[in-house]
Design a protein around this ligand. Structure first.
Ligand SMILES: Nc1ncnc2c1ncn2[C@@H]1O[C@H](COP(=O)(O)OP(=O)(O)OP(=O)(O)O)[C@@H](O)[C@H]1O
Ligand SMILES: [Mg+2]
Length: 264
């Protein structure tokens, strides 16, 4: 593979499975031999917590070695990469200070492109096959930065009555961003937290399949308590419980994403 491919997991709806999907797809790609960098773009630090113990995450969050300082000081982000316990899987950790990132961006020149600029050297070095980014549940200048630095967007949607609420805003935001970053593509929507005991997920699937020109990944991510136990143990479920249904699903989703982004 020649170029580093950047993928952002975003949805303004909170709790839709962005961080869980991003961490597990990243871990699945790394386990399959791809070199992956995860970028934690959310003040909740959930992507960092998915891979590292809480005290380690807090240590980075309190230090100057996190994404917030990289953006604030406009430094090349190569210097902010840390390794994780997993082969082929590195991380740029976040900080709770990311809560004021909109304010930091406000006065900066060409503020939508700061992240793209600061990731340029990492991308050009060819060290990684993929950079996967986790977005916060907002739509503002920071998420626009994440999208402007991405080749692809993946939208995790929770299979619940409110899961689709606000999706129109997300699409509108994508359209606006594309005016600045015309090469950004929507790789697809992934349906998460499907509960077979409830029939509601079929409704979600039907509504999404009715959207023109929007593809929905065929892998469904079901609710699985192994995901929560894995997170409690600071591990991706694809490593924590390899034989679980969710591990199989995240591996299948990673393969589906690879097939989508590598063919274009
Ligand atoms: N497949 C799953 N099975 C069980 N629980 C899940 C699954 N996916 C996500 N969850 C749980 O759902 C909650 C929300 O997931 P997650 O944090 O990934 O969503 P998010 O979109 O990143 O949220 P936010 O908008 O706050 O960033 C978490 O508590 C997570 O443990
Ligand atoms: Mg999250």
């Amino acid at each position: 593979m020649k170029n580093t491919i950047t993928i952002c997991f975003a949805n303004n709806k909170g709790g839709s499975g962005k961080s869980t999907t991003c961490s597990n797809v990243g871990a699945a790609m790394a386990a399959a031999g791809y070199r992956v960098l995860l970028l934690d773009g959310d003040m909740q630090c959930n992507l960092s917590l998915a891979l590292l113990e809480e005290d380690v995450v807090l240590e980075y969050a309190k230090s100057a070695r996190n994404l917030y300082y990289g953006i604030k000081e406009q430094k090349d982000l190569s210097d902010y990469i840390i390794s994780t316990p997993y082969e082929n899987l590195d991380l740029i950790p976040s900080s709770t200070l990311m809560s004021s990132i909109e304010f930091e961006l406000f006065s900066k020149w060409q503020r939508e492109f700061i992240l793209r600029k600061l990731l340029k050297k990492v991308k050009e070095s060819g060290t990684y096959d993929f950079i996967l980014m986790d977005a916060p549940p907002t739509l503002g200048a920071w998420v626009m930065n994440l999208l402007c630095a991405s080749d692809y967007l993946i939208i995790p949607v929770e299979a619940s009555p409110w899961g689709l609420f606000g999706l129109a805003n997300m699409f509108e935001f994508l359209q606006t961003t594309r005016e600045m970053a015309p090469d950004l593509s929507l790789a697809g929507i992934v349906i998460t937290k499907v509960d077979e005991r409830k029939s509601y997920f079929r409704q979600t699937l039907e509504s999404l399949n009715n959207l023109e020109d929007i593809s929905v990944f065929s892998t469904l991510i079901h609710v699985d308590s192994n995901v929560e136990w894995a997170q409690d143990n600071s591990k991706p479920v694809v490593y924590y419980r390899k034989s679980s249904r969710s591990a199989r699903e995240y591996n299948a989703l990673a393969q589906e994403i690879l097939a989508t982004v590598l063919k274009s």
